[in-house]
Design a protein around this ligand. Structure first.
Ligand code: PLP
Length: 479
């Protein structure tokens, strides 16, 4: 096994002595050995934390024990079993609030089915008007991009701000210039990710205050940021923060939240009502209904009341592991990984890796997008790489990661290239589009991504580097 080889030991010892920051996170090695033992038991190298976080075994055990010993009823009444459920819903809400230091006077925690559902809630309820603006960065996830359809339907103007081709970052001057141009007296929404789920780029959270000063409302997509970075809502004050719990602590899936500033709640207009969101409705009269105040008015139907205790347990787990410790650990590992990837060369001196995004740890997270290159500079087929990695029990990600903007810029795909995939009335899949563009231009709009998280350790990143090294001097044509 790799981790018992003298070469591994030497690399591990060198890394530990060079990185006191990593060495200080050894408590997580203990967690890995106890709460995530199934990874090593199954010989798995998990490198897709931006896709989904992993749950600790103790989280599931505690949740299971609670379900076994308690009786939960529908929370919408006052029976003892109903009150048990309701108390867990409120305890989960309090735990989320505390974790993000979101003051009750300032933020409301709305439970949703995940980050996408939270974003849809914003898009469908934001009071778009014909003079509104929706401004967003290129590197948003499709669930933020999708809000543009609500904006367009409401008559708003949609504008994208491009990332640069070298590091997939924003030009701060362009952002500043655009933020200075809201439509005064109208509703203007600015959307950006705290961390790109493609490139790992972390944008300045200072943009939030700047946007507010000019009269913008801000949706800060924190789905890829929150699993390994502290988001402190006592310091930064975005209006809307969507997130998914399975990305933060693996379990439960299908649950997330919209953290929303109370001042925004009264601005939002729900396009419908549902069971649970109203205080009163009548089938008579002209649309008689009263929306319930606060988060209740935005939580459609019955909450996932059996999942709620798992949120509380997950938050507690993350708190005990320490978000700052996790951050420190994944930053050290990603720094080492980037260094190794940047230094890998074929015998002819050609680089073996092309990183899409920053190639050092300045203002970036532990999510790395890249191609593996052959000695002539041609990229290996990413699907082939995924399956070869799979043969070595390595889980990585390939594709566009629902982030078309970063992908298009990374691979120099122009609007004219993309236009071929949007010829009506044919509907084109991502694979068909990739084939069309590949045939017409030779470009490959497809990427490999590795990402680190709570349970990552040195052996994980080392084994990935060993996998990549295995392609030294191998021609792309023979793979
Ligand atoms: C940055 C970002 N935003 C939003 C989402 C959507 O999250 P979900 O699929 O959990 O709704 C993701 C998922 O990968 C993401 O990475």
């Amino acid at each position: 096994m790799t981790t018992e080889s003298p070469r591994y030991r030497a690399a591990h010892d060198a890394f530990l002595s060079a990185s006191s920051a990593y060495a200080a996170t050894s408590a997580i090695d203990e967690l890995r050995a106890t709460d995530y033992a199934r990874l090593d038991r199954n010989g798995l190298v998990y490198l897709d934390y931006t896709g989904a976080g992993l749950y600790a075994e103790s989280q599931v055990r505690r949740h299971h024990e609670l379900l076994e010993e308690s009786v939960f009823g529908n929370p919408h009444s006052k029976s003892p079993t109903s009150l048990t459920s309701a108390s867990h819903v409120e305890a989960a809400r309090a735990a989320v609030r505390e974790f993000f230091r979101a003051s009750p006077g300032e933020y409301e925690i709305v439970f949703t089915a995940g980050a996408s559902a939270a974003l849809k809630l914003v898009g469908e309820s934001y009071p778009w008007a014909s003079d509104s603006r929706y401004l967003l960065t290129y590197d948003n996830h499709n669930s933020v991009n999708g809000i543009r359809e609500f904006a367009r339907a409401g008559g708003a103007k949609v504008k994208y701000l491009p990332v640069d081709a070298s590091e997939l970052r924003m030009d701060p001057d362009i952002v500043r210039e655009e933020l200075a141009k809201p439509v005064s007296g109208s509703n203007n929404l600015f959307g950006y990710p705290a961390q790109s789920n493609f490139s790992g780029v972390q944008h300045p959270l200072e943009w939030i205050d700047e946007a507010h000063e000019h009269g913008w409302d801000v949706v800060l997509d924190a789905a890829a940021f929150t699993p390994t970075n502290r988001l402190d809502l006592s310091v930064v004050k975005p209006d809307f923060v969507p997130l998914s719990f399975y990305k933060m602590f693996g379990y439960p899936t299908g649950m997330g939240a919209l953290l929303v500033r109370r001042t925004m709640l009264s601005k939002l207009v729900r396009p419908w009502f549902a069971g649970g969101t109203i205080t009163l409705a009548s089938v008579q009269g002209e649309g008689w209904h009263h929306l319930a105040p606060g988060a209740t008015g935005f939580e459609d139907g019955t909450a996932d009341f059996l999942g709620m205790p798992a949120v509380e347990i997950g938050i507690e787990h993350l708190t005990n592991a320490g978000i700052d410790t996790i951050h420190q650990r994944v930053s050290a590992l990603a720094g080492w990984l980037l260094e190794q990837m940047n230094s890998l060369q074929h015998s002819n001196g050609a680089p073996m890796v092309r990183i899409f995004g920053p190639n050092n740890m300045v203002a970036r997270g532990a999510t790395i997008a890249f191609h593996l290159l052959d000695p002539s500079g041609a990229a290996y087929d990413v699907h082939k790489m995924e399956s070869l990695a799979g043969e070595q029990r390595i889980s990585l990600r390939t594709g566009c990661f629902c982030n078309p903007g970063d992908g298009e810029v990374a691979h120099r795909i122009t609007a004219a290239d993309m236009a071929a995939c949007f010829v009506e009335p044919a509907s084109t899949t991502f694979q068909e589009c990739q084939d069309l563009i590949g045939t017409a231009t030779g470009k490959m709009p497809n990427t490999i991504r590795v990402s680190l998280g709570l349970a990552s350790n040195f052996a994980d990143v080392y084994q990935f580097v060993e996998f990549a090294e295995g392609f030294r001097d191998v021609d792309a044509g023979v793979i």
